[in-house]
Design a protein. Sequence first.
Length: 180
Amino acid sequence: MLNDIQNVLFSEEQIQHKVAELGETISRDYEGRNPLVICVLKGAFVFMADLVKRITIPLEIDFMAVSSYGQSTKSSGVVKIIKDLDVSVEGRNVLIVEDIIDSGLTLSYLIDVLERRNALSVSIVTLFDKPSGRSVELEPDYKGFTLPDEFIVGYGLDYAEKYRNLPFIGILKPEIYTKP
Ligand SMILES: O=P(O)(O)OC[C@H]1O[C@H](OP(=O)(O)OP(=O)(O)O)[C@H](O)[C@@H]1O
Ligand code: HPA
Ligand SMILES: [Mg+2]
């Protein structure tokens, strides 16, 4: 698996430092608001687990699974809900936890769904933002790192379901994408 990585873009230490900063800011902003923190599966599961440990105020968590990339490095443009929330968002301060915003299609779809279900507020925290990939306008409320126009893997992010368990963020060797 490590053989497939061309270079490391963010080390485990850099990521953990940023996650701690985000946790502090969110703890301050959501004091007294009992947020419902929603993890967008699968990619955000590693970030979610690390982030909530750095949030020091009471909160609740839930999970939603959506997918649009499948076996590709380009969004299909069709966002599918694979698993829905267990709890109602009505009247809740919702914080969506994403690993990456690329085209913005996944989140603009999710925000729309949650607003139609009458959430009191909907905000976004993403660890990675790739503004060059956008096909719809979307700005996260909290973000960790801005990315160049490259497909990244690790720390929850996959290529064709692999590499999610790498503790750092890497860029794959080009031949991995072009293999028959
Ligand atoms: O801004 P976008 O272009 O929509 O891309 C971002 C989304 O794509 C990835 O999910 P994916 O559909 O690959 O599902 P996964 O999390 O299960 O890998 C990623 O985890 C985000 O949810
Ligand atoms: O750069 C990426 N890596 C992994 N999954 C993704 N989904 C959107 N962009 C990416
Ligand atoms: Mg994916």
